[in-house]
Design a protein around this ligand. Structure first.
Ligand code: ISL
Length: 551
């Protein structure tokens, strides 16, 4: 292991309250399996990430968030952690992590790592001990083991279903059942056991001591279950309610209050970011009260269709709900769990949450419309005050990949639903760097854990670099202007431009977005950026413009 005492760590002075970097940061999500692969085995790694970080910094983002790279059997692409304090050999070593962190800090990038506290891998030493121990033992009580229902316990303890499909319970040879809200290889911890909380505080410290700037907290809404594990009200669930005995329970917040204090012991503005799929926004905002986490992904925004009035409402409600607890609003359009927004926003008919799309899906997106709309949606998002997330590859305009054969699919969702849900592989395909290189520069061997489509040559980074009007150049310009014009720390003031368009002022900039078919006037002033080249003096469908209208 590297001797940390000799390692330079980026200056991490704390800011005055209200001026912390994360309040207005643009955070770039790296999905390590699919970013850059130095070893050539077809799966990305930490050395690969380090080698490509200059290009991330040069894009103009403030921070990176890395999806899990910990020791894991990779049953859920690393969200099944077997050792929270080590790097999986497919990604490299702890030394590689330290070097990557140093490179990132040297480039002025903060580094957020992923923490998965709701469940471990079934290969975690605690779960192996639990399996070897008897029912009722101490070892079992760190997870959620219960006797089954029915005459001989042959039925699961309750009616909970896995998010990935099928029952949320699996039976072990001695007859007991264990809970897994996700895959059967991801047993849920019992957060009532004090050792679980203590272990995660140690894990936080382990990575904070190495110099990370914060954590994205996986399934932050799931750690606490309702006492007695009551059945889900299936009528409520069918009606789309997010209230359940396993998500968004009030006592989950105690955990984050404890973590907040741990982060406060460290210099610099370290950050906790909640992945909390709860609604309404007021409930989500409870995760970012002043003594809890700092940011929460705005999934309500992500799930809003390309509709002017609905977007205006969600933007207002987000600014209100997060503002009411003193947290910044956040904005996100894509990540490793959702259909890439370039495709999603143009799908007809609209997709079902969590289902994904495949080659034979009924939902289709016209490629031209989808690229225009994807770029427009990004420009709208990056003009909003607060913090925003970008998912690797969206700066290249990558679409969701549907050309993945059944036998190539890796997301457990596909197998657990017998193919009824496509799952998330389509947004996880290794990204293209160089049009003419093997695996488009993802590695030197040409191997790729998911197939890259041939049309991605045209979208490779080097094919867009320096090309006026390319999606890469659009992102670069938008990020530079957002920074120069302080849009992230600004305030939003709406201007009425009719029912199918949106317009607002943020400081010296007026933003107009046309989400309908009728042409919309472009305000007088210096045109700073347009999401696609303007054909006339007005804005056509799916176009966004930023105009300097003030000093
Ligand atoms: O519960 C949901 C929606 O109501 C789900 O979207 C769920 O919150 C989401 O799937 C959680 O995702 C995270 O944890 C999973 C992992 O597979 C994902 O990649 C990760 O982002 C299990 O660790």
């Amino acid at each position: 292991m590297t001797d940390l005492s000799t390692q330079p760590v980026a200056p991490q002075d704390s800011s005055t309250a209200g001026a912390e970097w994360w309040r207005s940061a643009v955070i770039y999500q790296i999905y390590p399996r699919s970013f850059a692969d130095a070893s050539g085995d077809g799966v990305g790694d930490l050395q690969g990430i380090a080698s490509r970080l200059p290009q991330v910094a040069e894009l103009g983002v403030d921070a990176i968030w890395l999806s899990p790279f910990y020791r894991s059997p990779q049953k859920d692409a690393g969200y099944d952690v077997a050792d929270y304090r080590d790097v999986d050999p497919i990604f490299g070593t702890l030394d590689d992590f330290d070097r990557m962190l140093e490179t990132a800090h040297g480039l002025g990038l903060r580094v957020i790592v992923d923490l998965v506290p709701n469940h471990s891998s079934s290969e975690h030493v605690w779960f192996q001990e639990a399996l070897a121990a008897a029912p009722g033992s101490e070892a079992r009580s760190r997870y959620i083991f219960r006797d089954g229902k029915g005459e001989s316990g042959e039925l699961p303890p309750n009616n909970w279903q896995s998010v990935f499909g099928g029952p949320a319970w699996t039976r072990v040879p001695d007859g007991q059942w264990y809970l897994h809200l996700f895959d059967s290889s991801q047993p849920d911890f019992d957060w009532n056991h004090p050792a679980v909380g203590d272990m995660f505080v140690d894990v936080l410290r382990f990575w904070l001591d190495r110099g990370v700037d914060g954590f994205r907290v996986d399934v932050a809404h799931g750690n606490a279950k309702a006492p007695g594990l009551p059945d889900v009200d299936e009528e409520l669930l069918a009606a789309g309610s997010m209230d359940s005995p396993y998500f968004g329970q009030e006592h989950v917040h105690e955990i984050y209050r404890r973590w907040h204090l741990v982060l406060e012991e460290y210099e610099g503005d370290r950050v906790l970011c909640a992945e909390a799929w709860v609604q309404p926004l007021e409930k989500m905002a409870r995760f970012v009260r002043p003594d809890e986490m700092h940011q929460a992904f705005n999934f309500v925004y992500l799930e809003t269709p390309w509709d002017a009035q609905r977007l205006r409402t969600v933007i207002d409600e987000s600014i209100e709900a997060f503002g009411a607890v003193g947290a910044p609003p956040t904005w996100v359009l894509s990540n490793h769990d959702t259909i890439r927004h370039r495709t999603r926003l143009a799908l007809v008919p609209p997709p079902t949450h969590g289902a994904g799309i495949g080659a034979t899906s009924e939902s289709k997106a016209d490629p031209t419309v989808s690229l225009r709309r994807g770029r427009a949606a990004t420009m709208l998002m990056l003009a909003l005050p607060g913090s925003a997330y970008i998912y690797q590859g969206e700066e290249l305009g990558l679409p969701e990949v549907t050309a993945i054969e059944d036998h190539q699919r890796q997301d457990p969702t596909f197998a657990r639903t017998q193919g009824a849900l496509w799952g998330r592989d389509g947004c996880r395909v290794p990204i293209p760097w160089e049009a003419a290189a093997p695996a488009y520069g993802f590695n030197a061997s040409g191997d790729s854990w998911l197939p890259q489509p041939p049309e991605w040559a045209a979208l490779a980074r080097d094919a867009q670099d320096g090309v006026a009007g390319s999606t890469l150049e659009l992102y670069r310009l938008a990020l530079r202007l957002r920074q120069e014009l302080s849009l992230g720390t600004g305030t939003l003031e709406w201007i009425d431009v009719g029912p199918t368009a949106l317009s607002f002022r943020n400081g010296s900039v007026t933003v107009v977005a046309n989400l309908g078919h009728d042409a919309v006037d472009v305000p007088r002033g210096e045109i700073l950026l347009t999401s696609s080249p303007l054909d006339s003096a007005s804005l056509a469908a799916d176009e966004v413009v930023w105009v300097r209208t003030g000093a």
